[in-house]
Write a protein that binds this ligand. Structure first.
Ligand code: RIB
Length: 301
């Protein structure tokens, strides 16, 4: 099994489903409310674990009832939570999601997710060094993201950086990541003035732009490649990017070629968006194998 470390957010998602959004000062009646497990870090960890990765999570939750449930959920998904700290000075992270027309709008409150420190990364350096791949995203303090990318680069540790949600990071840092996977709007914030084609050509086999229902764009060193997504009827697209990242990570860490790894990620994402909740539809490897689109050449180690 590939050893994958995920550094990142662990949150509860509070999800409201509605047909209309209220204007400022207005109250409307929505359709439904549910709490589900989320956080981009935890989502990516669970996607990778369900697909056969040996996953360790590094993060923090509060000493509240949400923290208990978040830890239990990770453990039930076979994720090692030894390095998820319980902090008493901050509540567990949360995301407040409005679902409308099968698409989402999210307000993220970091809480304990902001308690992950650079010092902790230094202390856990041996664990990072022993991994096949490290995943990190932006629901983690900026200085931690920068430290991990730099450390990975200096120590030849593969780092998959998913720059979501969008924020500007130090120039030149992104290329130190082994792979980076913005969506279209994150790409434009990070590379103002550059078209997607120019971007992928500049970072062959490194920059993967996720384009939602259109697929994933990258450059293989010879030519630009658009790997189309699988056409399905989405029920809830929350966590689609996280599923892609977790699945892509497992495939690439298993030694699968890049284009096949992207297809593997796309198939996982297409299955995930057909069910409710960020983690609700994330497939297991068995579920992937039952798909008519699963390819015989795909081998997960
Ligand atoms: O990527 C989706 C996730 O981002 C949700 O699960 C929510 O926690 C948000 O922060």
């Amino acid at each position: 099994m590939s050893k994958i470390i995920v550094i990142g957010s662990i949150s509860t998602d509070f999800v409201v489903t509605t047909d209309i959004r209220p204007e400022i000062g207005e109250t409307i009646t929505g359709n439904d409310f549910k709490t589900t497990f989320g956080g981009k870090g935890a989502n990516q960890a669970i996607a990778a674990s369900r697909l056969g990765g040996e996953v360790q999570m590094i993060g923090a939750v509060g000493a509240d009832v949400f923290g208990d449930q978040l830890l239990q959920n990770l453990s039930e998904n076979n994720i090692d939570v030894y390095n998820v700290e319980r902090v008493t000075h901050l509540p567990s992270g949360s995301a407040h999601i409005t679902l409308m027309n099968n698409d989402n709008a999210i307000i993220y409150i970091p809480g304990a997710n902001d308690a992950v420190t650079v010092e902790k990364m230094t202390a856990l350096a041996p664990i990072l060094e022993a991994s096949d791949l490290v995943i990190i995203q932006n629901e983690t303090p900026q200085e931690v993201v920068e430290k991990v990318i730099r450390f990975g680069n200096e120590n030849k540790i593969k780092v998959l950086y998913n720059p979501a949600p969008a924020r500007i990071i130090e120039k030149g840092l992104m290329e130190q990541a082994t792979y980076f996977t913005p969506n279209e709007s994150e790409f434009h914030l990070l590379f103002p003035g550059l078209t997607a084609s120019q971007g992928v050509e500049r970072y062959p086999n490194k920059l993967f732009i996720t384009l939602g229902s259109k697929g994933v764009l990258y450059h293989n060193g010879n030519k630009e490649v658009l790997v189309p997504s699988y056409k399905v009827q989405p029920l809830d697209t929350t966590g689609a990017g996280d599923t892609f990242n977790g699945a892509f990570a497992v495939a690439i860490a298993s030694g699968m070629p890049i284009e096949e790894s992207v297809r593997f990620g796309n198939l996982a994402a297409s299955l995930s968006i057909q069910k409710f909740g960020a983690q609700g539809g994330m497939p297991t490897l068995e579920e992937m194998k039952r798909s008519p689109f699963y390819e015989k050449t795909w081998h997960i180690k």
